[in-house]
Write a protein that binds this ligand. Sequence first.
Ligand code: ATP
Ligand code: MG
Length: 490
Amino acid sequence: MSFKENLSKSKEYGVIEFVNHPIVRVSGLPTVEVDEVVIFENDDIGHVSAIRKNSVEIVSYSKVPPKYGTRVTKGGKLLGLTISDGLLGKVISPLGVPRFTYDSFKNEGEEKPIDIQPPVLMSRTRIKRQFVTGIAVIDSVIPLGKGQRELVVGDRKTGKTSTTLTLVKSQILEGSIVVYALIAKDKSFTKKLKEYLESINLMDSVVIVSTSPDDSPSLIDLTPYSAMTIAEYFRDNGRDVVILFDDLTTHAKYYREISLIAKKFPGRDSYPGDVFYKHARLLERAGNFKNDKSKIKEASITAIALAETINGLLSDYIVSNLISITDGHLHFDAAIFNKGRRPAIDLFLSVTRVGKQTQSQISRQLTREVMALMTKYESSSNFKHLGAELTEEIKELLKKGDQVFAFFEQSYQRALPLNMQLVFLGLIMSGAFMTSENLSEIREKKKNLYQSYKDEKVKLMIDNILEKSQTYEAFMDSLDKYKTELMELC
Ligand code: ATP
Ligand code: MG
């Protein structure tokens, strides 16, 4: 889109009379409309945010502030993004420009508007497929569904970003597309993420939309919306999509900055009143949708929104907004992280509102049993120091609880297949490892079963155990029946 071309088409231009970057006031442009794209004389673009009595208010997306007296012409359309399959494997800005010069490419395809109304209820369908993350603690006690919106919330450096890498891996192996929205992240972070995904051969199914702190706050503000537009493109082509926002508390800060410059009335913590609406409208674009292009006639956008807390405070304005918008949250705890447990998810403070309905009957019952055990474990762990005086029953409970926690410990580099998880957890619950001396033995056994599951025959046997059992009791019975074989694999 060039200034010259558009000027000759519209024969209409305005002149900048006031700049408070990124907000620009322009006189002229009599027929311009709200949300329309405008083009500056140097071909930079902006969009109309408000129309006043004698002037038009424009948000500019360029890094450097536009100059007074510069001419501006109409773009004649809404702010859009050019999208095609060619974006896979690429890192782009929210306006579709390649982020790294060494990695430049020509972006061709359909143009889609960036900020749209969320799809209506009629186009949606019930969330009924499990979103397997490969993270044992999530899949077994806080299960997610495809199309769910889940918040990942916690203090700085508690492993939020790393842990999401596991679910990215797990989902891509299932055939999903992943879209990252990296909001005001350093370029080096973006580069490292891309290189990591390339090193494990997954980048071909990923699109990264990124902005860095030196970009204009208006461009940073666009990041999650552009990423969502890309996610919708792939969903419309019948694919399941995972979208990750890293992170939305940062996004809210930049939105506040623009709003204050634009003189919007500041509300709580100086955020503008519509920040809730903005995030709700964004996340409402996720979900499980009817889709004729997909074999199963549905395609989902699962939204994983990251948010940062200070001292674990969930009552922070933006965080509490996000908690009420999403379908649950995974709570990352700094104290757990400092104890060395990875991922540092607090399973008692984490919530999933739709995930459980997607579980099979066996795994739902297993979740219930594990949660009951862990709750008892928490309340009994104060007695640990009593040692020999404990009853056998409590000793067994504490040992099983320790084993479950040891099973939940996981490096972000390894995604565990669901059935392998269920069988291992079932073995712990059945007391199969009661004779184990220490927890490193459990870690070793888990690793062994993970490796064995790669073997076709073993996979068939484990998958069979789950498929053939109708109920939890039947599942536990067949674990008992195959105990010798399974223990050999561990
Ligand atoms: P930030 O506040 O900077 O966004 P964050 O909460 O996203 O931080 P990360 O950067 O993901 O945290 O993780 C912090 C450190 O913890 C990293 O060095 C990461 O490698 C390590 N880490 C987190 N989770 C795991 C895990 N499951 N396995 C191994 N290392 C982990
Ligand atoms: Mg992070």
